[in-house]
Ligand binder design. Structure first.
Ligand SMILES: NC(=O)c1ccc[n+]([C@@H]2O[C@H](COP(=O)([O-])OP(=O)(O)OC[C@H]3O[C@@H](n4cnc5c(N)ncnc54)[C@H](O)[C@@H]3O)[C@@H](O)[C@H]2O)c1
Length: 255
């Protein structure tokens, strides 16, 4: 039986640990027939170590998404390996400690700017860096944490995710003519490195225990990975600028 990503070439950012959502997207993408390439931050050696746990070997390229030199050479390096791309996964988020955990009213703009640069603007930078390789159209998929609400502890990552969600819609607007779709998965809480760096994250995650219609497992990034793979596939051909919730249904519940 052939997979839903058979013949597709996909660039995946954000593989840092086995708990990374991107690791599960990479694993499922390979299982579904894709040829993938990973990008790594802060060090390729970390990602290379985790990549050994994937079903098939994959090349790893260093990419700090705020580094113009890294972005400038990305298409050449990926082109040498894969020739072209059918999909790009943006699984990147970061905010300095003073932008998280209840310090919202006192966070300096410098920290807000870093959060916005790494977590929101980078969706545009990464997509544009990969654009020369997507001449036959493609699918860009990012990850958000529902920015319609103000969450406890999440602080400036909230406005950064709101900016990410808007950026995704504008990319959908501007790249639709080139048959490039841009969509986001709005994931429920997962105990990854990024999540553990948010002070009080477990209190926030506990909301899922009593409000999520479907049982939610903090330790299971696979449902989010499946959502990413679905959006990379040909099974959402006319969907762009969309946000699909993979959150156990919590977004639909008022109280
Ligand atoms: N964990 C959750 O609860 C949750 C929920 C919803 C959405 N998300 C989002 O999912 C995405 C992946 O996060 P995760 O939970 O898998 O955590 P993670 O810590 O495994 O992944 C975050 C990734 O961001 C990368 N990154 C940080 N700064 C970077 C930079 N300057 N350049 C390039 N890469 C950089 C890190 O290398 C890491 O791989 C993020 O956008 C996150 O906000 C996470």
């Amino acid at each position: 039986m052939s997979g839903i990503l058979e013949g597709k070439r996909i660039l995946i950012t954000g593989v840092l640990m086995e708990s990374s959502i991107a690791f599960h997207a990479a694993k499922l993408a390979q299982e579904q027939g894709a040829e993938i390439i990973l990008t790594a931050f802060p060090r390729p050696t970390l990602t290379e170590r985790i990549a050994k746990k994937l079903p098939k070997p994959t090349k790893v390229i260093e990419l700090d998404v705020t580094n113009d030199e890294h972005l400038g050479r990305l298409a050449d390096l990926v082109g040498e390996e894969l020739g072209s791309l059918d999909g790009v996964v943006h699984s990147i988020g970061f905010a300095p400690q003073d932008a998280l955990g209840g310090n919202f009213l006192n966070t300096p703009f410098e920290s807000v700017a870093t959060a916005m640069h790494v977590s929101a603007y980078s969706l545009k930078s990464l997509t544009m860096a990969c654009l020369p390789l997507m001449q036959n159209g493609g699918s860009v998929v990012g990850l958000t944490f529902d920015a319609q609400y103000a969450w406890p502890q999440y602080d400036w990552m909230g406005p950064a995710k709101a900016a990410l969600e808007a950026t995704s819609r504008y990319l959908a607007r501007d790249l639709g003519k080139q048959n490039i779709r841009c969509n986001l998965i709005s994931a429920g809480p997962i105990g990854s490195m990024a999540a553990k760096s948010i002070p009080g994250f477990s209190d926030l995650a506990a909301v899922w225990d009593h409000r999520s219609p479907l049982e939610w497992d903090l330790k299971d990034p696979e449902p989010a990975g499946k959502g990413i793979v679905a959006l990379l596939s040909d099974w959402f051909p006319k969907t762009t600028g969309e946000i699909i919730h993979v959150d156990g249904g919590l977004h639909a519940i008022g109280a």
